[in-house]
Design a protein around this ligand. Structure first.
Ligand SMILES: Nc1ncnc2c1ncn2[C@@H]1O[C@H](COP(=O)(O)OP(=O)(O)OP(=O)(O)O)[C@@H](O)[C@H]1O
Ligand SMILES: [Mg+2]
Length: 193
């Protein structure tokens, strides 16, 4: 990746990470609940039988309400396991009453023994990230994990990001490997690209 592009992405990551640290926890809880409610009302979520979700890192948007809702609605839920050596995400089935274990980056993960799922099995992928552009651009933490997961997949789920309103930018720097998302849900709006 070109140095200037990397620097431009880093500057945005820094801005978002700093802002995130200042959020009041009650405010965050309210925003996370609004985002979860908006996703639950989204037609693609309602019709999805298989959903990939994630377990939040500290300060990140929690989608735990969506994990619970999906499982109680009978949807099949997949959660990522991070392999730091290969820089890849492996998606594992997470069923009712399964335990989560502590993984890398302080992220809770399904057990390695739970069945692995293919990306093509999912109808919907709820994506975390740091910044999103109005043309479907996404900037994550800089590992390229989600880009690698989605790259070269002939059949991919609808990519729906979750973000606070201030994480949506008019325009963002992207590289050819960056996978564009299909929509973003914030506490106040649902944007489709
Ligand atoms: N499909 C891919 N194959 C190999 N390397 C990739 C692929 N996608 C991205 N990368 C590399 O991963 C590194 C980080 O990419 P990028 O800056 O886009 O991270 P990110 O999208 O913010 O991270 P993440 O998805 O983990 O939140 C870059 O060096 C990029 O070239
Ligand atoms: Mg990327």
């Amino acid at each position: 990746m070109e140095q200037s592009l990397w620097d431009a992405k880093q500057a945005i990551r820094k801005e978002v990470l700093e802002k995130r640290k200042t959020i009041d926890l009650w405010q965050k809880k309210g925003w996370d609940e609004k985002i979860a409610a908006a996703v639950m009302a989204h037609p693609l979520y309602m019709s999805a039988s298989t959903v990939m979700l994630y377990m939040a890192m500290p300060h990140e948007i929690s989608v735990d309400l969506l994990v619970d809702d999906s499982i109680s609605a009978g949807k099949k839920v997949g959660l990522p396991r991070v392999n730091r050596q290969t820089k890849r995400l492996h998606v594992h089935h997470f069923a009712k009453d399964d335990q989560l274990i502590a993984g890398v980056f302080g992220i809770r993960e399904p057990d390695a023994g739970s069945p692995e799922m293919r990306l093509s099995e999912f109808d919907l992928l709820i994506m975390p990230g740091l910044a999103f552009g109005e043309n479907g651009e996404r900037i994550g933490y800089g590992g390229g994990y989600y880009d690698r997961l989605i790259h070269h997949q002939e059949s991919r789920p609808f990519l729906l990001a979750v973000a606070y309103d201030w994480q949506v930018y008019p325009k963002l720097p992207v590289t050819p490997e960056d996978q564009r998302i299909d929509g973003v849900v914030t506490p106040t709006k649902v944007i489709s690209f």
